[in-house]
Write a new protein. Sequence first.
Length: 226
Amino acid sequence: MLGSYPSLANQPSPLNHTQHSSTVSSTFSAVVFLQGAQTQSVLFSAASPVLCEAVGEKMKTQVLCFLSFVLFSVCEWPSPSSATPARNSTVFKAGHCPRKLTVVPSSRACVCDDDCAGDHKCCVFDCGAVCVPPAFTKPGVCPRRKWGSGMCAEYCSDDSDCPNNEKCCHNGCGHECTAPYTVKPGRCTKPKGTPMCAEYCYHDGQCPGEQKCCQTTCGHACSEPC
C-alpha cells in the first residue's frame, strides 16, 4: 500500500500575489527601521515608488542645506552686525572716492556705503575695501598747463585737499592747488590762416571781457567768440 501523504488541509495555504507584496514591503520596512538613517534612501523603493520619490526630495533638500552650511562656514562673509537688516547696496552717499588713501580708514572690510558710519564711503585701495571720508569736486576748470612746466611733486590728490575754491590741478608734472577758472559762453571761431606759433593764453580766465582763449593755427590766443 502506498505511503500516506499529509493532508493538504493541514498545510499552510500558499501566499497570493497581494499577500506576497505585502510581506516584502513589511520586510523592507523592518530592515529600514533597524538600520536607521544610514539606509533611509536605499531600501524604500521596493515598498512604494511614491514614498521613494518623497525620500529622494528630502535627501536633496538635506544635501543643499549641508552644502550651504559648509559654504557659510568656510567663507568669511563681511557683516558689520548679524542683527543689521538687509542693506541696499544701490544707495550711494554723496561725494566720490579719493584718488589716494591719505587718511586712516574709519573701518575695514566694507561692502557698500551703508557699512560706513556718517558720510564716509566704502572705497577700494591697494589694502582692500575701507571706509574713508568722501572727496568732492569743486566747481570750475583747472588751467591747462604745458607738460614739464611745473614741479614734479604731488601737493594734493583731490579738490578736498585745497583751501577755499582752489582745485587740485595738474601743473605739468605733478598736482598742486590752483585757482580755477570758469569757461565763458560762446564758441571759438575757426583759426585764421596767419601762422601764430605762440601761447598767449591757456584758459578763458586769462582773457579780458567776453573773450575766450581759442586755438590758433599754431598756439592759443584771446579772441571774440562767435
